[in-house]
Design a protein around this ligand. Structure first.
Ligand SMILES: [Fe+2]
Length: 284
């Protein structure tokens, strides 16, 4: 039996996990309890972990095989880890993840989940917010539910492609590849996806990468997507994390959206990020 204590942080999403030292080899029963907690709460917060890169990768692998992401520059010596960094001298720059999104939903196989390990964080600001898309789906107004049920949505790597990429030189908290025509390729995913572990249905559209609903022109789709995004990010479906150095946060990318709050100009912030896939896990 694992020694974990699970403390939900809101009524709908997120749990703080106590009693785990993930810098040490993890007992299979603890790993199983962590996975179950992640599927239940969608986002897990573990304080005082202070993981190095090797430890972070080992913890990531408890949830699924590590996934290398295109379009972002990884650490020079490790292609599976991204440094999310903003320096005190970076003023008025966009931050990576500074709008509601599910990580890389425009890929044919979007990541199953992501981890962030905090190395250096501002004294105030730089929080991250997540929103529960199972709760969002379950509470959709009837007309919106009818609009998305059984329908696909089109995703495009907008910030990275040619068609939609922001003009001019962009500075961001991580180095992104822009202007890649491959990122303009349209990928189709169900607008409502069943979670492969639990079967629970979650809304799967986001304002960064979803361009339109399948079978509709963008102009026809836009007012529906706007209402979906507004509903999907209601405060009662969300939780907000105030970072401390040493924190480890794990989230399910299939059932959540997240948002990096950029309110810490003048402070240094560094987190390491990994991503895991569900391609080699059996699908329900
Ligand atoms: Fe993200």
């Amino acid at each position: 039996m694992s020694q974990l204590t699970i403390k939900p942080v809101t009524g709908n999403i997120g749990a703080e996990i106590e009693g785990a030292d993930l810098s040490m080899p993890v007992d299979p029963s603890v790993a199983e309890a962590l996975r179950d907690a992640l599927w239940s709460y969608q986002v897990l917060f573990l304080r005082d972990q202070h993981l190095d890169i090797a430890q972070l990768k080992q913890v990531t692998a408890l949830f699924g095989p590590l996934q290398r992401l295109p379009y972002v520059e990884p650490l020079p010596d490790d292609p599976l880890v991204i440094g999310v960094q903003k320096k005190a001298s970076d003023k008025n720059v966009g931050v990576f993840g500074g709008n509601w999104h599910s990580d890389f939903s425009f890929l044919e196989h979007p990541p199953a989940g992501s981890l962030l390990s905090a190395v250096q964080v501002p004294e105030i600001g730089g929080d991250t917010v997540w929103s529960n898309q199972i709760a969002a789906y379950e509470t959709l107004p009837d007309d919106l539910k009818r609009a998305v049920e059984g329908r696909a949505a089109i995703h495009v790597g907008k910030p990275h492609g040619v068609k939609f990429a922001p003009k001019g030189k962009q500075r961001s908290t991580i180095k992104m590849v822009r202007g890649d025509p491959e990122a303009d390729r349209e990928t189709v995913h169900p607008a409502v996806r069943a979670h492969p572990e639990t079967g629970r249905k979650a809304l799967f559209v986001n304002p960064v990468y979803t361009s339109r609903l399948d079978g509709m022109m963008e102009a026809e789709s836009e007012p529906i997507l706007d209402r979906l995004f507004w509903h999907a990010t209601r405060p009662e479906f969300s939780c907000r994390h105030r970072w401390r150095a040493g924190d480890l946060v794990i989230w399910d990318n299939r059932t959540t959206l997240h948002f990096a709050v950029n309110d810490y100009d003048g402070s240094d912030r560094l987190l390491y990020r990994t991503t895991f896939s569900d391609e080699q896990r059996p699908h329900a």
